[in-house]
Design a binder for this molecule. Sequence first.
Ligand SMILES: [Zn+2]
Length: 439
Amino acid sequence: ADGFTMENVSGIGWNDGLSGDGSSEIEVGARKEHVERYARQLVLGSFGLESQKRLMNGVVLIVGAGGLGCPAALYLAAAGVGHIVLVDTEDTVDRSNLQRQIAYSTRDVDHSKKAHALAERIRAMNPNVEVTAFTSGLHPWNAESLLDGIHVALDCSDNVLTRYVLGDACAIRHIPLVSGAAIGTDGQLSVFCDSEDTPCYRCVFPVAPPAKCVSSCDTGGVLGPVPGTIGVLQAMEAIKLLSSFSGAKSLSRRMLLFDAAESTFRNIKLRPRNPQCIACGNPSDPSSKIHQVEKYNYGRFVYGVNADGLVCKPEDDGLLSASDRMAFSISVQELYEMVQSHKQLILVDVRSQEQFQMCSLKNSVNFPLSVLPNQLNEVHQLVQKNQNDDSHLIVLCRRGRDSQRALRVLHENGLMHAKQLEGGLSSWRSHIDPSFPDY
Ligand SMILES: [Zn+2]
C-alpha cells in the first residue's frame, strides 16, 4: 500500500519461503528482515525454513525472569519464537541480581520490575516477537489459565512451591515443560510431559524437600555462568520441542547434570511415567488425583501447613516459640542505642563464613550456625573474657531466622542471657544503616 515493493524495483520480485508464494500479505520489507535476521539458522540443513515457520508460530511461557529466565528468554527471542509470555512477581531488579541476570542493567536497579524490563529487552532485540509480561507470579489460582494457548512452558523459577504448581498444571494440561535449576556450581535440566511415557515433575519428585530447606533464610550462592548455561540449554530444548527440527531429540526421560567446577555434563536416565502419579496418572485412590491445581492444597504439601496456617505435619523448624521470641529478642533500634551508650556487647554473627567476610558489623565475631554446636567452648571463652555486669551477648544473622536457631543452641548450653537480633542485618540496613549492603 505504501507503493514500494520489490516488484517495482526489479520487475521480477522474489519469494522468501517463510511467507509462502510471494503473494503473501506480509510487506516485502518485513520479508527481507526475516530472511536476513534468521539466515544463519535458515541455511542450516537440519533446521531450515519449515522449522523456522514452526518456531515463528510457537507460544512459550517462561516462569521466572531471573538467572535462568533471562538467558532462556533472550535466546528464544533471538531465534524468532512467535510469542513469549513472561511471568514474574512484582519484584524489581536488585543490585545483587546483576551478577547473573544478564538482561538487566544498573539503571534498572530498584525501579524496573523484572518481567517488564525483560520484555523491553526482548522488544529491543527482536521486534518480530510478541511479548506479554505478567507481574502476578504463578499461583494455583492462575497457573492453568496462564497455560492457555501455550505450546511449551519453561520453569525458570527459584522456589519449590512454584515448581510443583507449574509441574502439576503442565501434567494436567499435557503441555511440555522444560525444567531448569541451578545452585552453587551445579545445574540440572530435564523435559517433562512431552509424550505419553514421559514423567511429569511430580513423578520424578513425589515428595517436597523438608520445610527447613524451603524456608531457610540463608541465601544460596551461585556463580552466574551456571544458571546462564542451564537457561541457554532450556532455550535449546524449547526450540527442539517447538520446531522438531531434523535430528532433534528431547531431553525427556533423562536428566542432565552440569558440574561447573569439574566441567562435566552427565545424563541420568529417569524412570518412565508413574501410572499412580496424582498429577499425570490414575492413582488407586481416585480422591487423591489432582484435577485442578486451584483445588489442591500446596501449602500443606510443601510447608506442612493447612489453609489456616496451622502445622499439620509437626516438624521442628528450629525457630523460637512465640513467647521465647518475645523474651529473648532485641530490636535493631535497641541495639543501636546500646552501641551509642557504649554498652559492652558481644555480637555473634551466625551467617556463613563467606557472608561474614563479605560484610559484617564492626566488632562482631563469626560462629556459623552449621558449626556452632562444635564451637561452644570458644563461645564460652569469649563470654568469660568479656564478662561484666553489663555485657550483652547478641546473636545475629541475615534475616533473623538462623539467629533464632543459634539462640536455642546457646540456651541449651547454658548461655541463658543470650538474645537474638530481630530481623537480622536486613532490618539493621532498613532502619539504622542504609549503607550496609543488601544482598
Ligand atoms: Zn506424574
